[in-house]
Design a protein around this ligand. Structure first.
Ligand code: SF4
Length: 161
């Protein structure tokens, strides 16, 4: 952050920080030259505040709305290390976790397949699944769905990755 602050002084860009642990930076915005702390999911809310990059004023702390599973956009370019998101959020509800995590969704199998294919076509040799817990795939809250998990791995096998 010190390096970033120096670069910001030199080039005058905006600094937007997001991610599950972002609340830990509350109160340190001035010290680290942070323009916006973005807490939550980006797809629906970030477009509303992206004007900060062209110098317009936006709130210093923004909560990103939870995105319904059918509005989570599939990737359109290969992902780093071929990683494909299969779930978002977590239903376990640990007290110390960010509440933005608590809305659990499983990405539909056809979207997972499309993302795997996209990565493989781009030359990725092995695909990994991104999730808080792979065994929760297809679960309703903590009601596990072994069949959905099996399908997920059969899918991976069928693609040879
Ligand atoms: S298990 Fe789920 S709720 Fe608990 S800390 Fe991990 S992600 Fe958060």
């Amino acid at each position: 952050m010190e390096k970033l602050t120096k670069l910001k002084r030199r080039y005058g860009f905006k600094v937007v920080v997001g991610g599950p642990g972002v609340w830990q930076l509350k109160g340190l915005e001035e010290k680290f030259g942070i323009d916006v702390l973005f807490d939550g999911e980006a797809e629906l809310t970030f477009p509303l505040i992206v004007k900060v990059l062209s110098g317009e004023d936006v709130p210093k702390y923004v909560k990103g709305d939870v995105v319904p599973v059918d509005e989570v956009p599939p990737i359109v370019t290969p992902s780093r290390n071929g990683v494909v998101q299969i779930t978002r959020g977590c239903p376990r509800g640990c007290q110390f976790c960010s509440p933005t995590m608590f809305f659990f969704r499983s990405i539909p199998l056809d979207v997972v397949l499309r993302e795997i294919e996209l990565n493989l076509k781009a030359g990725v040799k092995a695909v990994g699944y991104a999730t808080e817990d792979v065994l929760l795939y297809g679960a309703r809250d903590l009601d596990f769905n072994p069949e959905a998990v099996m399908k997920l791995f059969i899918l991976k096998d069928s693609q040879g990755c």
